[in-house]
Design a protein around this ligand. Structure first.
Ligand code: ATP
Ligand code: MG
Length: 456
């Protein structure tokens, strides 16, 4: 009776039976799975629970990429998982997760989740919601999702290629939504009705683009179609979530393709509205493209990249435009630059919350740019000793490669860095008309380093 009710509510039809794929067919042995996630699955199994490696790790292994991390899904409740593993902690308020620590590795363990209203048949929705909401004595919703079965968990995942369950014990793969077929077809396909799933969580639109760019897949037509129309919904997603997802896209090694696709789907409006402006002018486009290509090639060859540098590059031409306007209003160059930087960051962080530690570095990189033009007296020495010199100089290189800064300036700095003391002295130039003598005299008396225009 109860079972019948559950089947009806959850619409467990024939598609609730997963395809079970043995190792001979998918090729992933348990040694491909991280030590930590294997251990988590083993221990949970030992206690009579189900436990599978899920999501991105399984997808990436099947694609031949090295997974960044391994997530586990289980039918054990978070509190139970926490109790089983001494080195673990419960995180999250509305939906609890457990982080299990094994030395360097942290395995994220989540309990199978129930499907959400959008995934439930319309006529069952009211009953579903009743069952789904847990309210405290003040009527506040304290938990708006309950745990579900493995089938539920599979249906609430975003794309078919992200809904594969790997069991390290039997080395089999459970495929509920033809994820394996879509991997072979190189297709990003949403589970369920695209429109409803995007309304439920608009970030999925951005994720579709990210996975397509990262794996070189195309987005299935029914998955792609509603994006353009619903793109504005991204504006309702908390800026911090948008930032996380955007950072993943930018550091995926396929940022150039990813951003092009974002523009193709008109998805960038709410995120980086500035991109429209930037790509609209040849120099801005060249600059951003160069920055993205450089980042992609660094990521692909395993080098570190700085998100601050990349975001600084994405927004630079916007800063330039605002800088120019502020000067036209009569502000002096340096105060005008600082006003421009703040204005651009204010608008931007409304949509996509770039963390403060990053914006601080971005500002430093930007503020260093006018200082490269000052090549007289002690100033170049001060700049060379600046802790962000490297990033600032790399930024200048990009600017001149895109035609925005003189090639000659970059070459001068290249040479100045390599040169010995005597040669450096010989390279110094006469003060430009804008470089005031008064400052230099004051400096000589006090023997202090040159004033930092960035501090003016
Ligand atoms: P990556 O390797 O880039 O982290 P991922 O697939 O692991 O990719 P995560 O954001 O780590 O992405 O999410 C892990 C899994 O959780 C996904 O594979 C997917 O099954 C599920 N998931 C994540 N975000 C959503 C979402 N917004 N809607 C539905 N399912 C999601
Ligand atoms: Mg992941």
């Amino acid at each position: 009776m109860i079972k019948k009710f559950i089947r009806r509510v959850l619409r467990l039809g024939s598609d609730s039976e997963p395809r079970t794929v043995p190792k001979e067919q998918h090729g992933i042995g348990r040694e491909a799975i991280s030590q930590g996630s294997r251990k988590v699955c083993e221990v949970l199994h030992g206690r009579g629970y189900q436990a599978y490696v899920v999501g991105g790790a399984v997808r990436d292994l099947l694609l031949g990429f090295r997974p960044k991390d391994f997530d586990v899904a289980t039918d054990a409740y978070p509190e139970e998982v926490h109790k089983v593993f001494r080195r673990s902690r419960l995180i999250g308020k509305r939906f609890k997760l457990v982080h299990v620590m094994f030395g360097e590795e942290t395995v994220e363990v989540s309990t199978f989740r129930a499907r959400t209203p959008a995934e439930t048949e319309r006529h069952d929705r009211d009953r579903f919601q009743e069952r789904d909401h847990v309210v405290d004595e003040h009527g506040r919703v304290v938990r708006d999702n309950i745990y579900g079965t493995r089938e539920d968990d599979a249906i609430r995942r975003d794309f078919t290629i992200n809904a594969l369950y790997y069991d390290p014990a039997s080395e089999t793969l459970l495929d509920y939504h033809n994820g394996l077929r879509d991997l072979q077809r190189k297709s990003v396909r949403i589970i369920g009705d695209a429109r409803a799933r995007y309304r439920e969580d608009p970030l999925r639109m951005l994720r579709a683009v990210r996975f397509a760019a990262k794996a070189g897949f195309s987005i299935d037509e029914r998955t792609r179609k509603p994006i353009r129309e619903l793109a504005h919904l991204l504006g309702n997603v908390p800026p911090s979530r948008v930032y996380e997802e955007m950072q993943k896209l930018l550091l995926s090694g396929h940022a150039a393709t990813g951003l092009r696709e974002l523009r193709g789907e008109a998805l960038h409006h709410g995120l980086l509205p500035l991109l429209d402006v930037i790509f609209g002018q040849p120099m801005g486009e060249r600059f951003v493209t160069l920055a993205l290509e450089q980042t992609d090639s660094r990521v692909r060859s395993g080098k570190s990249v700085s998100p601050a540098f990349l975001f600084a590059a994405l927004l630079w031409h916007e800063v330039l435009a605002a800088w120019k306007k502020a000067q036209q209003r009569g502000l002096k160059p340096i105060p005008a630059l600082f006003e421009a930087m703040d204005a651009v960051l204010d608008i931007q962080t409304d949509k996509l919350a770039i963390p403060r530690r990053l914006t601080a570095v971005m500002k430093e990189i930007w503020a260093l740019q006018p200082r490269f033009e000052q090549r007289s007296g002690r100033r170049p020495f001060g700049l060379l000793a600046h802790e962000r010199f490297r990033a600032g100089f790399d930024f200048l290189v990009l600017r001149s490669a895109s035609g925005e800064a003189p090639e000659e300036l970059t070459q001068w700095w290249e040479k100045f860095q390599q040169a010995g003391e005597a040669e450096r002295q010989a390279m110094l130039m006469a003060p430009q008309p804008g470089e005031r003598r008064r400052r230099r005299r004051r400096r000589r008396r006090s023997a202090l380093p040159p004033p930092d225009p960035a501090q003016v």
